[in-house]
Design a protein around this ligand. Structure first.
Ligand code: ZN
Length: 104
């Protein structure tokens, strides 16, 4: 996701993704909604998060691995958004948005 900047607001972070990756703009707005709903719960080891479903049914395990992020949702496996050969879904993006603000 290349969110190397630290943003002041989640909206700012989501807009940055949408600007750099117009094809992922919809995914970024869903990711923003997930973050703003308080559905991102980072793991204590900083290597991932439990991200609750946007629709309120269950949650997904996001892991930040050395070879790229993974998520347990179906979208990540079957219809991810690719950036630099790495697969993203809205849950991974939500954690990216969350981290880019919380890391301040
Ligand atoms: Zn996912």
């Amino acid at each position: 996701m290349e969110l190397t900047h630290t943003f002041t607001t989640y909206t700012e972070a989501a807009e940055r993704i949408a600007t750099k990756h117009p094809a992922a703009a919809r995914m970024a707005s869903h990711a923003l909604a997930i973050v703003e709903a308080g559905k991102v719960h980072p793991m204590k080891d900083g290597r991932g998060a439990l991200v609750f479903s946007e629709t309120g049914r269950g949650g997904y395990q996001v892991e930040l691995r050395d070879d790229g992020p993974t998520c347990s949702c179906r979208a990540h496996t079957y219809r991810p958004y690719m950036i630099n050969g790495r697969a993203y879904c809205k849950h991974i993006m939500a954690l990216g948005i969350y981290d880019s603000v919380k890391g301040a």
